[in-house]
Design a protein around this ligand. Structure first.
Ligand SMILES: NC(=O)NC1=NC(=O)NC1=O
Length: 172
């Protein structure tokens, strides 16, 4: 889609196309539609980033809770969204050894028990070693720090998903 075509979408079409740029959070797309016309893909991405930043603490935690665990129950059952499936595969999370999987599962569980929301990281920008290191490091942080860190990762995931949908004019 070019940004000109994006700006022609009515709200239903916009939500249909952009509804999962923030995983399982159609609200983000529904909320930013009224900012159109978008100058370019960066403007569209920034409006969603601003929406996420403006959420109250509980809202930020809610967005994180809408994310599936890395190599978690849904991933193992093949029930991830198409985007998450592709992202987790790109980080090599579908080729974990039994040891890696049990370590990741254990750390994810510790993280969730400590913070009350799952560990979120942009899997397209981190291979499995970086993910395991990130999880180990971030487990030491406070809930406030991790809410912000998680939302920063959600923004990175969102930006890459938007780029997959919106082609810049130059490419045409
Ligand atoms: N808990 C997560 O970080 N999940 C994910 N990160 C991604 O980049 N894709 C996911 O499904």
């Amino acid at each position: 889609l070019t940004i000109a075509e994006v700006n022609k979408l009515d709200s239903e079409e916009f939500i249909e196309i952009f509804g999962n740029v923030v995983e399982n959070c159609k609200l983000a797309a529904a909320a930013v539609w009224s900012h159109k016309p978008f100058q370019d893909v960066d403007h569209l991405n920034q409006t969603i980033a601003d929406f996420l930043d403006a959420l109250p603490q509980k809202g930020k935690e809610g967005v994180l809770r809408c994310h599936p665990d890395l190599a978690g129950r849904l991933a193992q059952a093949g029930q991830l969204t198409a985007e998450s499936t592709q992202e987790q595969r790109s980080a090599g999370l579908d080729q974990l050894t039994q040891d890696e999987l049990s370590t990741l599962t254990d750390l994810n569980q510790q993280y969730k028990v400590k913070f009350g929301f799952p560990f979120v990281i942009c899997a397209r920008l981190n291979k499995k070693a970086a993910i395991l290191n990130g999880l180990t490091e971030r487990l030491k942080h406070s809930a406030e720090e991790e809410t912000l860190a998680g939302v920063e990762e959600v923004k990175k995931i969102c930006q890459l998903r938007i780029v997959d949908i919106v082609t810049s004019e130059a490419k045409l």
